[in-house]
Design a protein around this ligand. Structure first.
Ligand SMILES: Nc1ncnc2c1ncn2[C@@H]1O[C@H](COP(=O)(O)OP(=O)(O)OP(=O)(O)O)[C@@H](O)[C@H]1O
Length: 325
């Protein structure tokens, strides 16, 4: 028996002139959460739908629980749960009835009402799918994906557009699946979601894997110093004061990755300083920055030294923000 839940090698998929997946390889272990992280259009949905057996590949090899997703579809069906981005539920089906129907296809389903309650859907159990809000539709699709107690679930953008409470409920459910030994392969373009949930992150850009590893592997132990200040600082002068091999990035908008939730002055920008050496950002380094700021009449707001985030890794590898498309 193959130890991996999913093995993809040299996968290629084009639509006419568009190459959506351009020689992509990764492995997702069993009993762990693997996140395919990348911006819109990176090829995540194409990849996951090929793994689900819903799309054919142009070339490459895909194994799911050691089986071929198309040729062995019948054997995989009871073992694999699928949540499609498009929902995949008939529009007229009532939420509770649909879930009971899906449950009836499985030998040992989770009781439908338990899932409806867990996902905040009990009050809309008799509502037709098309009348549910987008978030409710998504949660119903998630419930249908996990109701058969699968060994592996594929979740395509499970929390896109959800309100914070529904997002938390979804995250909790994914955490419980993992604790129960279920393998989870999900796509997301939220780096905080990947950081929070995933044992393993596969960063995809333009149909290729640009980085792959545990969150710790990817963010390593390297630290960075960040602060907010007015735009237009003389960064060359600041760089000259810092040890060689330091770098300064200037970012104008960090609202989604700034977890403080607080805004800065309208004209403030974020300065992110990194150095090549892993342990170079110590007390002296910080003092050099603040001394330079004092000498130049700059108040560095929200100054902090922290580990790199996945967002930083993506930016570093691709030169682009995860939110840019
Ligand atoms: N059925 C299709 N026909 C033509 N082009 C397609 C089709 N499906 C996807 N594409 C294109 O392939 C590329 C990759 O799309 P894909 O949906 O796989 O990426 P993604 O990373 O999942 O993006 P998103 O987060 O927006 O779903 C995009 O340029 C997309 O426009």
């Amino acid at each position: 028996m193959s130890t991996a839940a999913v093995e993809v090698s040299d996968l290629v998929k084009s639509y006419g002139d568009t190459t959506a997946v351009a020689g992509l390889s990764f492995t997702a272990p069993r009993g762990a959460v693997t996140a395919l992280l990348g911006p819109n259009g990176a090829g995540k949905t194409s990849t996951i739908e090929i793994c689900e057996g819903f799309r054919s590949a142009d070339s490459g090899r895909v194994r799911v629980l050691g089986l071929d997703p198309v040729a062995d579809a019948a054997a995989l069906k009871p073992k694999v749960g699928v949540m499609l981005q498009s929902g995949g539920v008939p529009t007229g089906a009532r939420a509770g009835e649909w879930l009971r129907l899906v449950a009836s296809f499985h030998a040992r389903p989770v009781p439908p009402d338990t899932l409806l309650e867990r996902l905040g859907l009990l009050s809309v159990a008799t509502t037709p799918f098309r009348r549910l809000s987008g978030g409710q539709q998504q949660r119903l699709s998630l419930a249908a994906a996990v109701i058969g107690r699968p060994e592996l679930v594929f979740l395509d953008e499970p929390t896109a557009g959800l309100d914070p409470q529904a997002r938390m409920a979804t995250w909790d459910l994914i955490g419980e699946l993992r604790a129960a030994g279920v393998g989870v392969v999900l796509t997301t373009h939220y780096m905080d979601e990947a950081e929070r949930l995933a044992d393993r992150v596969v960063i995809i850009d333009h149909g290729r894997v640009v980085a792959d590893g545990t969150t710790d592997d990817l963010t390593d132990t390297r630290q960075e110093l960040r602060f907010a200040a007015k735009g237009g600082l003389d960064t060359d002068s600041l760089l000259a004061a810092l040890p060689p091999a330091s770098r300064i990035e200037v970012r104008s908008d960090e609202t989604s990755s700034d977890r403080s939730g607080r805004g800065h002055e309208d004209d403030a920008v974020r300065y992110v300083i990194t150095t090549a050496a892993a342990d170079d950002i110590g007390p002296e380094f910080v003092a050099t920055v603040t001394t330079w700021c004092a000498a130049n009449g700059v108040l560095p707001q929200d100054l902090r030294v922290q580990r790199r985030t996945l967002e930083d890794v993506f930016l570093h590898l691709t030169g682009r923000d995860l939110r840019e498309t």
